[in-house]
Ligand binder design. Structure first.
Ligand SMILES: NC(=O)c1ccc[n+]([C@@H]2O[C@H](COP(=O)([O-])OP(=O)(O)OC[C@H]3O[C@@H](n4cnc5c(N)ncnc54)[C@H](O)[C@@H]3O)[C@@H](O)[C@H]2O)c1
Ligand SMILES: O=CCCC(=O)O
Length: 489
């Protein structure tokens, strides 16, 4: 750790401006997926601690909602600047708890901080409207007001960005937060809390409740069922998203769900094959494939299929270096946890048993532990589990198609609809396919689609709600209509 390391490496949760242990006194370990070694211990909180955090957020909302937008913006700006100054240390902490290569952790710190910078600006532009009056006796004004306390439940794959793009939007809008980071990666969230404290955010405005997997459901339920929580924003699996959706019904809560994807990546015969390979490398191997927008099914037109598979396999063998994310030159870290390894192994096994051909990889890496070989499979069909499930690992499924219509049908043949990609140099085809893809995000001749300026989110069972761009604020505001009568124009 560098000079600022000590002040961001926290071992307590952050509630109401205080660093606290769990009321039960329990703790749980956080370990490094590259070597299994324990890197810290944090409070294993439960429902009681969560209710305490909700009460703090409720109390602080009374004032925070009235802090002028320009002032809220200044707090966010300061938070962003402190994160920027500590970026090296946050990145190292993130690599240690998540496993992603340091170069990717640094990119995530910049990406995650970018949301805070973005929403510091947006805070000042949460405009209402004045509508043309319906008669000469009244005027109509629409205000955008913060919804209240929000619960933010985040995953381990992007420990920082998934939190900042929720929290910064919420704070900009005038909401206060109770965040519950994933059990695998609480240290990054606590580092953010330390810097929020240093930025002077008032107590109770940003709270972080940590817990092991054992208490995840209990904390989620407490947040969803509390009458003092106005909204929930969740990023994670579709299965958990569905549980939260049900739990929010009782209090008719605002909800944003950023769930799993099953992204198609189509390569048409007019495409530049080398550029399409670059697109797959960027979209598939970020965070060793553990990205909700990772290309899951690579659909390639039959006339260019063999050329594409050969070029992709060659690129993988040449470019990808598997190892501990802190080691120089490594660009593929371990999978984040045992559950991920078991899932990837089982999906590959199922595909091979049903006739898939392994072109490269296909097994645990020689480093052992949670390391998995970058893999290319062909002979994939729609009966294989990997066609329908998000792999969340470094495995490319290459699937042949004949016509554009076949490709679109296959691409849309899933209940998920987060991201989709395609490469083509046919102008008319580009417009047709972009409009026909049933996803919230489309990358055309581009494998990198994530950006603070863009509305991130899905359709179908990939969820609803948008994060980033000016739309990101909408999840945290409601529209209040006020009419002024008795006028005389
Ligand atoms: N969309 C994404 O960015 C994203 C992120 C992580 C995982 N996933 C998907 O989910 C799959 C499984 O990963 P996972 O097990 O970590 O995801 P998950 O949905 O189980 O976990 C995500 C977060 O939700 C918490 N959680 C779990 N059960 C909960 C409950 N009942 N109530 C409230 N919170 C709960 C977890 O502790 C974690 O913080 C992955 O393989 C991947 O397909 C998607
Ligand atoms: O994995 C989920 C989100 C990744 C991203 O924001 O690019």
């Amino acid at each position: 750790m560098g000079s600022r390391g000590a002040c961001i490496f926290k071992h307590q949760a952050y509630i109401n401006g205080k660093w606290l242990n769990a009321l039960s006194g329990k703790k749980f370990p956080v370990s490094n997926p590259a070597n299994g070694l324990k890197i810290g211990e944090v409070p294993d909180m439960n429902k009681e601690d969560t209710l305490h955090a909700i009460a703090a957020a409720k109390e602080s909302f009374k004032e925070w909602q009235n802090v002028p937008a320009k002032e809220r913006s200044k707090y966010l700006r300061k938070w962003f600047e402190l994160i920027d100054k500590s970026s090296e240390d946050i990145a190292k902490l993130m690599t240690a708890e998540n496993g992603k290569p340091l170069i990717e952790a640094k990119a995530e710190v910049a990406y995650g901080a970018g949301y805070i910078e973005w929403f510091a600006e947006e805070a000042k532009r949460i405009y209402g409207e004045v509508a043309p009056r319906p008669s000469n006796t009244r005027e109509m004004v629409f205000f955008r007001e913060p919804i209240g306390v929000v619960g933010l439940i985040t995953p381990w794959n992007f420990p920082m960005a998934m939190l900042t793009r929720k929290a910064a939007a919420a704070l900009a809008a005038g909401c206060t937060c109770v965040a519950r980071p994933a059990e695998d990666t609480p240290l990054t969230a606590l580092a953010l809390a330390a810097l929020a404290e240093e930025a002077g955010l008032p107590k109770g405005v940003f709270n972080v409740v940590t817990s092991s997997a054992h208490h995840a459901a209990e904390i989620g339920k407490a947040l969803c069922e509390s009458e003092d929580v106005a909204g929930i924003s969740f990023t994670g699996s579709t299965a958990v998203g569905k549980i939260l959706y049900q739990q929010c019904a009782g209090t008719v809560k605002r909800l944003a769900l950023e769930l799993g994807g099953n992204a198609p990546f189509m390569v048409f015969d007019s495409a530049d094959i080398e550029k399409a390979v670059e697109g797959v490398m960027a979209s598939k191997f970020r965070n060793s494939g553990q990205t909700c927008v990772a290309s899951n099914r690579i659909l390639v037109q039959e006339t260019v299929f063999d050329e594409f598979v050969k070029a992709l396999s060659k690129r993988i063998e040449k470019m990808l270096v598997v190892g501990d994310g802190l080691d120089c030159g490594v660009n593929q870290g371990p999978l984040a946890n045992e559950k991920q390894l078991v899932k990837v192994e089982s999906l590959v096994k199922d595909a091979v048993n049903k006739g898939a051909k392994v072109v490269i990889g296909g097994k645990q890496h020689k480093l052992g532990g949670l390391f998995y070989e970058p893999t290319v499979l062909t002979n994939i069909d729609e009966q294989m589990e990997c066609f329908n499930e998000e792999i969340f690992g470094p495995v490319c499924l290459c699937i042949r198609f004949k016509t554009e219509a076949d490709a679109i049908e296959m691409a849309n043949n899933t209940r998920r609809g987060l991201a989709g990609y395609f490469f083509s140099n046919d102008y008319q085809q580009i417009w047709r396919v972009a409009r026909k893809l049933q996803t919230g995000i489309v990358g055309v001749n581009e494998g990198i689609i994530s950006s603070v300026e863009a509305p991130f989110g899905g359709i179908k069972e990939s969820g609803f709600g948008r994060e980033g761009s000016h739309h990101g604020i909408d999840e945290y505001t409601h529209v209040k209509y006020v009419t002024f009568g008795g006028l005389n124009y």
